[in-house]
Design a protein around this ligand. Structure first.
Ligand code: ADP
Length: 615
């Protein structure tokens, strides 16, 4: 399972290397980068963070947000003599700032939101002054207490400082913030100068770099500093590396506080080494030894070598904007009539909602998937996030609603297969256009395919489709549950996938036979949709492809149907996944048709979605 990570940073030469390493490491998923004033002013560090995201171009781009512009209550000291005025060794302008990656969100709020979303699974790696982290703790102490781990590059525990005889830069710049953080007693790993000074990228190594965009970038960014300081210590990259592979460092549990007063010692990290104090009070893990060679070879493999710079094979990126519900099902002998109570089998809880189902299907089809959904700030919401994370779906754009609960569907099923369903949409209905906004410039604009349905407010669906259109992202829309749609809405759809009921709603004519389905596809084309797919259950599907006039039938594979719940969602997700992986329409439909047929042979919605390799 990948670890959700937020990186708080002030790039910064070695910060840049740390960010590259983080975004090239599959063990962690960088969901958020927040920037702080430190090596350079915050507006410079913010731009640099965006430059680095564009340079690495991971399959899912993290959100980037600027945090505090100055320390809690002291003036900012920068380190431009080390990092250059532009923070990237005088070469920042060689790395364009992506225009798509915009976020106006505040970094401190984003750190709180990251923690609320990920709780004990989340790790924040702080590689700049601790101002943003301290502000987050002051603003939302209860939420921040739930953070899984804080990893800090900072301090000089037994070693000399680099800003004064005893103070390290990150702590020195904002000792008050550091004191708030160290006093808050989170599960903390401290990576001090004691160990980072031992991991040096030598000047000769840097000079020898060159092949590949990342290696070349490291050379451009670090060479000036390496020349000046006889090699470049990988301070910040070590903090990231220790999250990827904890065994790179050896630690001691120590009680550590920060000196905020001393005339000569302000910013000193004061560790209590007294034998009588060992293990007493709140302690943090302090890295005191490091396997420098292992760390440097990790960096080599992932960032510096020419091989690691080869473009990764296109997995295809799918963004799904839609619903997430928890389904609660009870099987009874016969459905209850009005006013009647019947007893049933034990309740079965499952994750559902069309958005989430389709996201899982696209992921199992082999694509990288982001789900933009809204959950309640309740237990179901927590369980849902854990499920999405375990599945490998990027849920960093799933937000939580404090006042509305996670959507729930209660399903009563009779032994003969009839059912009654009541849905409480809850938080799904607060997935408003405003809530969607932060995901647009990152997840939607960067996707190959956007998938939408109608279990969330239609204005949000429209906004997502419009944003995708504006960025040249293919849109796949599933108009379920069926409702009338106007021409303006339909004009935003590249591929419409509807079943018989939805086709009837959109065309006004019933769909019973293959001939009806063909007519229906032609009618929908006339309403302005380039590619139309009408799914027909056991009869397969009819499609009408852009540039052609004749609807074409593809038969379904004959299978023993056990439970058809989620067949349509499997179909839509697989189709989107295949299109994102650059399949043309016909083979993508064939794959979706096979996957959906397989799904009806097993019970449940998500449990029945097959993995691609099993097809
Ligand atoms: P929905 O679940 O939205 O009502 P359909 O019933 O049309 O959608 O099914 C969607 C797809 O699932 C079909 O196009 C087909 O590929 C597959 N499918 C559904 N039912 C069966 C079945 N009984 N046998 C084989 N494939 C099926």
């Amino acid at each position: 399972m990948t670890i959700p990570v937020a990186i708080d940073t002030d790039p910064g030469v070695d910060d840049a290397v740390a960010l590259m390493l983080a975004m090239r490491s599959p063990e962690i998923r960088v969901e958020l980068i927040t920037t702080v004033a430190g090596n350079v002013p915050v507006r410079v560090s913010f731009r640099n963070a965006k430059r680095l995201v564009a340079l690495v171009n991971p399959s899912v781009w993290p959100a980037v947000a600027a945090g505090c512009a100055k320390p809690l209550n002291t003036r900012l000291t920068t380190a431009t003599h080390v990092h250059g005025d532009d923070g990237l060794g005088g070469n920042a302008d060689k790395f364009p700032v992506p225009s798509r990656l915009r976020t106006n969100a505040n970094g401190v709020e984003q750190l709180i939101e990251f923690t609320r979303r990920n709780g004990a699974q989340g790790i924040i790696i702080a590689i700049g002054p601790l101002t943003n982290i301290a502000r987050a703790i002051q603003r939302a102490p209860k939420v921040m207490k739930t953070l899984g781990r804080l990893v800090i590059m900072g301090g000089a525990v037994r070693a000399p400082g680099n800003m004064s005889p005893v103070a390290e830069f990150n702590i020195f710049v904002d000792p008050e913030a550091a004191d708030v953080v160290f006093g808050f007693a989170l599960d903390t790993l401290l990576i001090p100068l004691d160990v980072t000074r031992q991991v040096i990228l030598s000047e000769s190594k840097i000079r020898s770099l060159g092949r590949g965009p990342l290696a070349n970038a490291v050379k451009l960014i670090t060479l000036a500093a390496a020349k000046k300081f006889n090699g470049m210590p990988m301070h910040d990259a070590l903090a990231v590396a220790a999250v990827i592979e904890l065994s790179l460092v050896g630690t001691e549990d120590l009680h550590v506080r920060v000196e905020t007063e001393g005339k000569r010692t302000r910013g000193m990290t004061v560790a209590d080494f007294r034998p009588s104090m060992r293990g007493k009070g709140s302690t943090i893990a302090v890295a005191t030894t490091v396997n420098a060679n292992a760390m440097l070879s990790m960096l080599d493999n992932r960032v510096l070598s020419a091989d690691s710079n080869a473009r990764q094979g296109g997995k295809g990126r799918v963004a799904v904007v839609g619903s997430a519900n928890v389904d609660l099902s009870i099987v009874v002998d016969a459905l209850p009539g009005a006013g009647e109570t019947v007893l049933g089998d034990p309740v079965v809880q499952a994750f559902g909602g069309k958005g989430a189902n389709q996201a899982v299907a696209a992921h199992r089809a082999g694509a990288d998937v982001t789900l933009v959904a809204r959950l309640g700030a309740d237990g179901f919401g927590d369980e849902y996030l854990a499920f999405l994370n375990a599945e490998g779906i990027d849920a960093s754009t799933c937000s939580r609603d404090k006042s509305a609960p996670t959507g729930v569907a209660t399903i009563t099923i009779s032994n003969s297969g009839e059912n009654q369903i009541a849905v409480a949409s809850g938080a799904n209905m607060s997935l408003t256009p405003h809530v969607l906004s932060p995901a647009i410039s990152t997840r939607i604009a960067e996707a190959d395919v956007l998938v939408t349905q109608l279990e969330i407010p239609i204005e949000t669906v429209k906004k997502a489709l419009r944003a995708a259109r504006a960025s040249g992202v293919t849109t796949v829309h599933n108009p379920a549950p069926a409702q009338p749609l106007d021409e303006q809405f339909l004009s935003l759809i590249d591929v419409l996938v509807c079943n018989e009921v939805e086709a009837q709603m959109l065309t006004g004519s019933g769909v019973k036979t293959l001939a009806d389905a063909r007519r229906s596809a032609t009618a929908l084309r006339a309403r302005g949709i380039a590619n139309v797919v009408v799914t027909l259950g056991a009869k397969g599907l009819v499609y009408l492809e852009e540039g052609t006039k004749q609807p074409v039938h593809i038969a379904a594979k004959r299978v023993k149907a056990v439970d058809t719940t989620g067949a349509g969602d499997t179909f839509v997700g697989y189709l989107a996944g295949a299109l994102a992986q650059k399949s043309t329409l016909r083979p993508a439909l064939e794959l979706a048709n096979r996957a959906a047929a397989r799904s009806v042979t097993k019970r449940g919605a998500i449990p029945s979605i097959p993995k691609r390799r099993s097809l």
